[in-house]
Design a protein around this ligand. Sequence first.
Ligand SMILES: NC(=O)c1ccc[n+]([C@@H]2O[C@H](COP(=O)([O-])OP(=O)(O)OC[C@H]3O[C@@H](n4cnc5c(N)ncnc54)[C@H](OP(=O)(O)O)[C@@H]3O)[C@@H](O)[C@H]2O)c1
Length: 281
Amino acid sequence: MLVTGATGRIGRAVVDLLTGAGVPVRALVRRAESAATLPAGVEVVTGDLTAPGSLDAALHGVGAVFLVWTAPPQTAPAVVDRLAAHARRVVYLSAPHRTPHPFFQQPNPMAALHAGNERLIAATGLDATIVRPGMFASNALSWWAAAIRGDGVVRWPHGAAETAPVDDRDVAEVVARILREGGHVGGDHVLTGPESLTQAEQVRIVGDALGRRLTFEEMTPDEFRNAVPEAARPAVDMLLAAWDAATGRPAYVTSTVTDLLGRPARTFRQWATDHAPAFTG
Ligand SMILES: NC(=O)c1ccc[n+]([C@@H]2O[C@H](COP(=O)([O-])OP(=O)(O)OC[C@H]3O[C@@H](n4cnc5c(N)ncnc54)[C@H](OP(=O)(O)O)[C@@H]3O)[C@@H](O)[C@H]2O)c1
């Protein structure tokens, strides 16, 4: 099985789970030195999704591919064609852009990218399963850890916006389960955490996990937009629109993690407790 995005949040956890289950894994990395961060026994092959010809060695002899796409869309048609020439199955990490909840229906270049990749995959006739997580719980680290390590005041917009953060480990477990079991052809799975929480509540829960009272200080959307570098504006506008649409209504919550794994989805509190050291280290 070939795991792409193998150094990233979900791909890395999928590598660990498959390796732990004794499944032979090949990991795609862009830089050979990334091999040092992967578990022993994983076959590491270099390649880049923006250079389709660089993927042949990684794809040679694989049966299934876990595809994570964070690259620009231009090379996707050539990559998906190559993938179909070698493999029989693909599990694609997408997003819930088809879910008719306002949070997922705002202007969003990532949604367009994922929809395009899904069309390409469908056109190949590959046995495909699409996994669509909502907000990753781990976004809390990239968003709030710096402020928490600093003065403990999280300045953030749309504190009342509700999301249902899904634990990255649950996403990876679902992916690994599908890869190991086979089947699931045509499966289309929206994964969320088990509860709808406002962003301010999520910050409070991180504080509980740290044994500290954190302050949530509401920023206006304009203050937030102006505080980020120009290059980050498209992503920030996407988030601001989604949070605005999510305010005043519960987040979309599915039972898919439980249905597929036979146990409850991890709560955000569980995620925060398990990752508390990462907010202070
Ligand atoms: N964040 C969320 O809340 C959320 C929610 C739903 C869906 N998603 C989707 O999840 C995906 C990201 O997953 P993630 O968070 O696990 O990824 P991540 O942590 O951002 O890591 C990205 C991975 O892709 C690799 N990569 C980047 N560009 C590449 C290229 N040109 N060729 C080959 N590999 C490349 C990176 O390798 P290097 O180590 O070489 O950089 C890294 O392993 C995105 O498609 C996103 O839309 C995210």
